[in-house]
Design a protein around this ligand. Structure first.
Ligand code: AMP
Ligand code: MG
Length: 267
């Protein structure tokens, strides 16, 4: 059940029912929470190094069903990171100006520059998810987008971007509990929209759309990670580890000082 590692095999069919939504280490909660605290500090240091190194634009991209935990993951994993040099962007239904352009226009302009980390809360993948499930564009339009997206991400990574994509995988039961909590808890009601229930009624259609996205846009240059997300601590731990390990592969380094700086005395 709990398939690991979390990158699905390239070019193979993805069945989400094969992937667990639960932690693989049931008794690991306390240990896991400790490790998350260490991870946050590691990520803080790595982030400083990204900024200093200045060579890589880093994109962290999150997709999930409603109440899947995208906001919570961002808050938890980047808790210690210096707000300078990182930003998060949430993509809503496109406005008139955005609709007047191709669907990647608003996405491309939000991409990080070198030495910067940008987190996408939703993304261009909505254009093969909500757009598909809710018939916001004809099939002939959206079915071509998997190839566009692969080419787009290929271009970005060829030009030096690091793209780390996460799908937060929750069960239908877990979503029910979280949406109910949003309805019942006055401090969470602002997060709830009637549209959430309409989307929930389309759960199976969304799962099918996620599966095709995870299958067709899973590439060596920008792989998907399917994260078991029913338990917040486990989700944060897995996401944090994957980001840390990916950043550690980059060979980040502090740039050398200007000539003549080392050994000088400030008077
Ligand atoms: P939230 O993330 O809860 O603030 O909700 C944002 C809403 O915008 C979600 O219901 C998304 O499905 C919707 N959305 C995001 N991107 C698109 C898009 N390209 N087309 C239509 N709806 C979108
Ligand atoms: Mg929705």
């Amino acid at each position: 059940m709990a398939k690991q590692p979390f990158i699905p095999p390239f070019g193979k069919e993805v069945k989400l029912s094969d992937y667990s939504t639960r932690e693989a280490e049931p008794a690991g909660r306390d240990k896991g929470k400790k490790e998350i605290e260490e991870l946050r500090l590691e990520l803080e240091e790595l982030h400083e190094l990204i900024v200093a190194d200045g060579r890589f634009p880093i994109l962290v991209l999150l997709q999930a069903p409603d109440a899947g935990g995208k906001d919570g993951t961002i808050r938890s994993v980047f808790d210690e990171v210096d707000p300078l040099g990182v930003n998060s962007v949430g993509f809503k239904a496109p406005n008139d100006e955005e609709l007047a352009h191709d669907y990647l226009w608003r996405i491309h302009r939000q991409m990080p520059g070198k030495g910067h980390v940008t987190i996408f809360n939703r993304s261009h993948y909505e254009d093969v998810l909500v757009v598909r499930v809710r018939n916001l564009a004809p099939k002939e339009r959206w079915k071509k987008r998997y190839d566009h997206i692969n080419n787009f991400e290929r271009m970005l990574t060829d030009e030096g971007m690091v793209i780390i994509k996460f799908f937060l995988h929750i069960s239908k039961d877990e979503q029910r509990e979280r949406l109910q909590e949003r309805i019942d808890n006055p401090k969470k009601q602002w997060k709830f929209r009637a549209g959430d229930l309409e989307d929930r009624a389309l759960w199976e259609d969304y799962q099918a759309a996620y599966e095709e996205m995870l299958e067709r846009c899973n590439t060596e240059y920008a792989p998907w990670h399917i994260i078991p997300a029913d338990r917040n601590w486990y989700r944060d731990l897995m996401v944090g580890r994957i980001i840390r390990d990916r950043l550690n592969e980059l060979g980040l380094r502090y740039p050398p000082p200007e000539p003549g700086v080392a050994g000088r005395t400030v008077v």
